[in-house]
Write a new protein. Structure first.
Length: 498
C-alpha cells in the first residue's frame, strides 16, 4: 500500500501522520508549513511534536541518495524548490484575498462618508441662506440657533426660562418706540477739520487715588461726571468740584453708569472688583438705594436700559445679568461660554434689545438678544486678545470695537454682519465711543493721543493730546479720563442738526 503526501501529492520519503486530520505528509513539507503558519494546509492547529512518523519495514534500507550530477538528483532538487514555491504561492493567495476584502470594505466606508459630508454641507449652506434672509427681513432681532451652535459653544443646560411678562413688555415697547423715532431723526451736520479744532477747555486733577472708572452724569448736569478710584470711593463732580464722595465699596471701582429717565429719578450705578453692584440717587445727598452681589468676578461693564427700569452688567467670570431698577433684583444671570472665558467690556444697543460683550482673551465680540438670551451674532477681531471697549452708533447699524495693544479701530456693520471699516490709529487703542448723534467716533490711545473721525466718509476731523483710559461724548464736548485726571474739549461750533 502506497502513501501520498497531502501537500505535494507524491509518495513521501519520510512520511508522518497528523493525529488531528489523519493526513499523511512529507515531514520536511509539513514542518515548513508549521514553521510559517502554525497550522496544517486545511487550517487545523498543529505542533511539530504532534506528528506521528510512519514506520516502514525495519529491514528495508532507504535508497541511496542520487548524485547531484545525475538527472534524478536534478529532478529531486527541482522538486524541492517547487514544493517551497507552492507553499509560498498558497500563502500569498490567502493574503491577497484578505487584503482585497479589506480594501473593498474601506472603499465602501469612504464613499458613504463622502456622501454624508456632502449632504451636511448642503444643509448648512441652505440654513445659512435662510438665516441671512430672516435677518435681512427682521433687522437681526430674530435669534439664530443654528448659527449660534456653530459659532460659539453654548451651555449644555436646558432652555433658559422665559422673561417675566412685564420685563418682556418693557423691552418690546422700548424697542418699538425708539426704532420708530430713529427713522424720523435727522442726520447731524459734519463739521470740517478746520471748524472742529478744539483746545482743552479744562483739566481736573484726580483725587482719592488713581481714577479706575469714569462716566458722564447727565442726570445731574451737563458738566457733571463720575469717577471711581482704587480706594473704592465713587466721586460726583461738577465743573471740577467734588459734590459728593460715595462710600460703600471696599475694593477698586471697575465700572460706572448714569442716565436720566424720561419720567422718574436718575440713577448712579457702580460696580467693583469684588463683583458687587450699588445703586445711588443722582441727587443730593446721593444716598445708596440698593446693593447686589450676584457676580463672582470683577464687574467689567454696566449699562442702563433706555427704559430706565433695567440694568445690564457683565463680569470677569464670564457672566452677564439683567437686574430690575431700583431694587437691583435679579431677572436672570447666565454664563453662556462653557470655557469660562470672562467678559472685558459691555455695550447696549440704542433700542435696548441687543447686548454686545467683548471677551477677555480671544478677540471675540458676542451679541445676545436679551429677550431670549440667544447668541445673535459673533465677530472676531483681526488682531489682539482682550476687547477693552465697545460702542454702538446711535443709528443702530454700527458697532465700534478695539483690541488691547492694537493700533486699529474695527467698525462692524450689524446688517451685513461684516467689517464696515478698519481705522488705523496713532497708537494702541484703549477706548472707543460714538457721540450722542452717531455722527462722530472718538478714540483715546496709549501714546496720549485723542482722535475723532466723522462716521460719514470716515474723515479724521480732529487729533489732540491727553493721557487717558476712557473717552466719552457729551452733547457738545469730548471727555477723556485717566489716572492723572479728567480733560474735556469743546469744538468751536456745536454739533448742529440740519
Amino acid at each position: 500500500m502506497s502513501f501520498f503526501c497531502a501537500i505535494s501529492g507524491e509518495p513521501p520519503q519520510n512520511p508522518v501522520i497528523s493525529p488531528k486530520s489523519g493526513l499523511v505528509y512529507e515531514r520536511r513539507l509539513i514542518v515548513a508549513q508549521l514553521n510559517q503558519h502554525g497550522t496544517e494546509p486545511n487550517g487545523e492547529a498543529l505542533n511539530e511534536d504532534d506528528l506521528i512518523p510512519v514506520k516502514a519495514s525495519p529491514n528495508a534500507a532507504p535508497p541511496r541518495p542520487p548524485a547531484l550530477t545525475s538527472v534524478p538528483a536534478l529532478l529531486h532538487t527541482l522538486q524541492s524548490e517547487w514544493d517551497s514555491l507552492m507553499l509560498e504561492t498558497a500563502s500569498l493567495r490567502q493574503q491577497y484575498i484578505a487584503t482585497r476584502q479589506e480594501l473593498a470594505h474601506a472603499l465602501y466606508q469612504s464613499d458613504a462618508a463622502t456622501r454624508v459630508v456632502a449632504r451636511l454641507v448642503r444643509e448648512r449652506d441652505e440654513a445659512r441662506e435662510a438665516l441671512a434672509n430672516v435677518r435681512a427681513a427682521t433687522g437681526m432681532a430674530v435669534p439664530a440657533p443654528a448659527e449660534a451652535a456653530e459659532d460659539v459653544e453654548m451651555s449644555a443646560t436646558a432652555e433658559p426660562e422665559a422673561l417675566p411678562e412685564d420685563i418682556q413688555q418693557v423691552i418690546d415697547s422700548t424697542h418699538a418706540t425708539l426704532s420708530a423715532s430713529r427713522k424720523k431723526r435727522k442726520t447731524p451736520a459734519v463739521p470740517s477739520p478746520a471748524r472742529f479744532a478744539p483746545a482743552p477747555s479744562s483739566a481736573f486733577p484726580a483725587q482719592g487715588g488713581n481714577s479706575t472708572a469714569f462716566t458722564l452724569a447727565p442726570g445731574i448736569s451737563s458738566t457733571a461726571y463720575l469717577t471711581g478710584s482704587e480706594d473704592g470711593a465713587v466721586r460726583v463732580w461738577d465743573n471740577g468740584e467734588v459734590l459728593a464722595s460715595l462710600s460703600g465699596h471696599t475694593t477698586r471701582i471697575t465700572a460706572l453708569a448714569s442716565a436720566t429717565r424720561a419720567e422718574g429719578p436718575a440713577y448712579i450705578v457702580s460696580g467693583s472688583a469684588d463683583g458687587s453692584i450699588r445703586l445711588w440717587s443722582a441727587s443730593a445727598p446721593f444716598a445708596q438705594q440698593a446693593w447686589s452681589q450676584i457676580h463672582g468676578g470683577a464687574i467689567t461693564g454696566l449699562a442702563l436700559h433706555p427704559s430706565g427700569e433695567l440694568l445690564l452688567s457683565s463680569s470677569a467670570d464670564g457672566a452677564f445679568s439683567l437686574l430690575r431698577l431700583p431694587s437691583l433684583d435679579q431677572v436672570f444671570l447666565t454664563r453662556p461660554n462653557p470655557s469660562g472665558e470672562g467678559f472685558s467690556s459691555l455695550a447696549l444697543h440704542p433700542d435696548g434689545v441687543l447686548l454686545a460683550l467683548g471677551l477677555s482673551s480671544t478677540a471675540k465680540i458676542q451679541i445676545y438678544d436679551l429677550r431670549t438670551r440667544a447668541l445673535a451674532a459673533e465677530f472676531v477681531l483681526p488682531e489682539g486678545g482682550s476687547v477693552p471697549s465697545l460702542s454702538f452708533s446711535e443709528n443702530g447699524y454700527s458697532l465700534a470695537s478695539c483690541a488691547k495693544g492694537v493700533q486699529e479701530i474695527v467698525v462692524w456693520d450689524l446688517r451685513k454682519l461684516a467689517i464696515q471699516k478698519q481705522l488705523p490709529a496713532s497708537g494702541p487703542v484703549r477706548s472707543v465711543a460714538y457721540d450722542v448723534e452717531g455722527a462722530f467716533l472718538g478714540a483715546v490711545e496709549e501714546e496720549g493721543t485723542v482722535e475723532a473721525w466723522a462716521h460719514k466718509g470716515w474723515v479724521k476731523i480732529w487729533q489732540g493730546q491727553a493721557t487717558g483710559e476712557t473717552i466719552k461724548w457729551a452733547k457738545d464736548s469730548v471727555w477723556v479720563s485717566g489716572e492723572e485726571g479728567v480733560s474735556t474739549w469743546q469744538p468751536e461750533e456745536s454739533f448742529v442738526v440740519v
